[in-house]
Design a protein around this ligand. Structure first.
Ligand SMILES: Nc1ncnc2c1ncn2[C@@H]1O[C@H](COP(=O)(O)OP(=O)(O)O)[C@@H](O)[C@H]1O
Ligand SMILES: [Mg+2]
Length: 255
């Protein structure tokens, strides 16, 4: 499949997502070595966005990636990604992508994955695992999909805040630019537990709203420390090649 031209010239400290139309919303990409929350309701496209960020990172920017899968088994993730033309298995075989199976053990299922989180509810264990894999493949990008499952396990909000802070600071110290996805029930509030927003450097909110008789996708950059960014709602499509943002399209009224 032909790769798209990356016409935006990012600022030096930027990590382009390579997602068409997105990087121009924020001076050429995410700020390097920061952690972002990607929020949205189920089906908004959070997993697709995160995978595209890692896939483009490897293919276009030579930055290896780690994907922590807490809600879907790696097999399903590979299959879904393949529908977009992204061959994750090939990248794993080349040692450029590591997928941590943090789902199977939780569901009491056996896993034959190379990287399995055998103590899925233990944040320290997850962090140690990420540190060791980062040392192995020198990853520059990471995704935890999703942080919501961590929150569902850690009920104590102050403890959750500390655990998420530990996670995001570790990712930053390791020199990785990261996305934590967060599944929200109410689109007007981009953080499920009311605290994720405070422990990340930026928040990207994805919406999937009903407009009369169809649903329309749009996203906004809700917060991005250290960067100028768009304040608009930007429509996007999930196409057979992945997410395409339309930063110059006028948004429908009544949103
Ligand atoms: N191959 C594909 N082509 C086009 N759209 C797709 C494809 N696969 C999934 N989608 C769209 O992406 C949605 C799922 O996105 P996903 O990232 O899994 O959502 P989330 O992680 O926010 O729950 C599906 O509901 C569908 O609309
Ligand atoms: Mg998902």
């Amino acid at each position: 499949m032909a790769r798209k031209n990356k016409k935006d010239t990012p600022l030096k400290n930027r990590v382009p997502t390579g997602i068409e139309g997105f990087d121009e919303l924020c001076e050429g990409g995410l700020v390097r070595d920061r952690t972002y929350l990607l929020s949205g309701t189920s089906g908004a496209g959070k997993t697709v966005f995160s995978l595209q960020f890692l896939y483009n990172g490897i293919k276009d920017f030579n930055e290896c990636g780690i994907f922590v899968a807490t809600e879907e088994r790696p097999k399903q993730i590979r299959e879904n990604a393949f529908m977009f033309g992204w061959d994750l298995k090939a990248l794993e075989d080349e040692g450029k992508l590591a997928i941590i199976d943090a789902t199977s053990t939780k569901l009491n299922l056996k896993s034959r994955e190379k990287y399995v989180d055998v103590r899925p509810f233990d944040m320290k264990f997850m962090i140690d695992h990420i540190i060791s894999i980062q040392g192995e493949i020198s990853a520059k990008r990471a995704v935890v999909d999703s942080s919501t499952s961590i929150g569902l396990y850690i009920q104590d909000i102050s403890k959750l805040r500390i655990e998420l802070l530990k996670l995001s600071i570790t990712l930053e110290i390791l020199g990785m630019t990261s996305i934590l996805t967060c599944e929200v029930l109410d689109e007007s509030n981009p953080n499920r537990f009311g605290i994720e927003n405070f422990v990340t450097d930026g928040v990207i909110a994805m919406y999937f709203k009903r407009m009369e008789n169809e649903r329309v996708h749009s996203l906004e950059i809700y917060k991005m420390r250290g960067s100028a960014h768009s304040k608009r709602m930007n429509p996007y499509d999930i196409t057979p090649e992945g997410i395409v943002v339309h930063p110059h399209d006028e948004l429908y009224s009544g949103f």
